[in-house]
Design a protein around this ligand. Sequence first.
Ligand SMILES: Nc1ncnc2c1ncn2[C@@H]1O[C@H](COP(=O)(O)OP(=O)(O)OP(=O)(O)O)[C@@H](O)[C@H]1O
Ligand SMILES: [Mg+2]
Length: 258
Amino acid sequence: MKLAIRDLEIGFGDRRVVELAELDVAAGEIVGLVGESGSGKSITALAVLGLAEAAGARVTGSIELDGRELIGAPPSQLREIRGSRIAMIFQHPVSAFNPVFRVGEIFLRALRLHGASRAKAVERARSALAEVLLPYELLNRYPHQLSGGQAQRVAVALAVALRAEVLIADEATSALDVTVQAEIVELLARLRELEGIAILFISHDLAVVGQLCDRVAVMREGRIVETGRTERVLHAPQDPYTRELIAAVPRITAGRTA
Ligand SMILES: Nc1ncnc2c1ncn2[C@@H]1O[C@H](COP(=O)(O)OP(=O)(O)OP(=O)(O)O)[C@@H](O)[C@H]1O
Ligand SMILES: [Mg+2]
């Protein structure tokens, strides 16, 4: 198991916002995490990255990457894991990139930080861009000169260049128009195929989850109320809350065409 979460509890002050018994993502697997706004999806993702405490949360339980416990790991170890072994892409990647650096410099700094020589870093940036089907000259642009879809591709390319084993995508396609959304979904599917990367795909969009994810976990008020193969969960939901979520999306209840 690549990523294994057990008995994860996250609280802010007296308020417990996540109480997650079990969630696994295997290598080469794409797991969807869905649920209403405020159910605890993003803070769970931050906890996996070791960033929840920085947001003021108290985190207990277990998050293992390849059998290695991340909760309570020394900050230096977490820094090394975050952004190299575990990568994250966000809804608005343009604002997640440092605006004063060109894309090429962002690549070089990230890769060199994680130990690559300059020549190696350039070579890896080049092949990662090719893998996400972006032209090499994009390395000369500033983040604000990228379209939303290009920025997501750059974020994915960065994960590829860093040889990330786990990718957490938090609403990564939500801000994109439908065509570009489909391109990014295709790219993530390809990445799993080519790199065997484990992907936790957080989304409101059950249609996209239906296309992309092998399994899906449904979160409500910080707990997983239902989990299973995507087909099964979307077409024969057991939990009343899952039924409610699905009923809100006419396209899915009408039957999948893909
Ligand atoms: N920094 C914070 N301080 C206090 N409470 C927070 C903080 N961050 C998140 N929360 C609370 O934790 C709960 C879960 O939030 P989270 O952002 O994980 O939800 P989400 O499922 O990602 O929602 P959305 O679908 O809107 O992105 C919410 O009740 C939220 O108010
Ligand atoms: Mg969120």
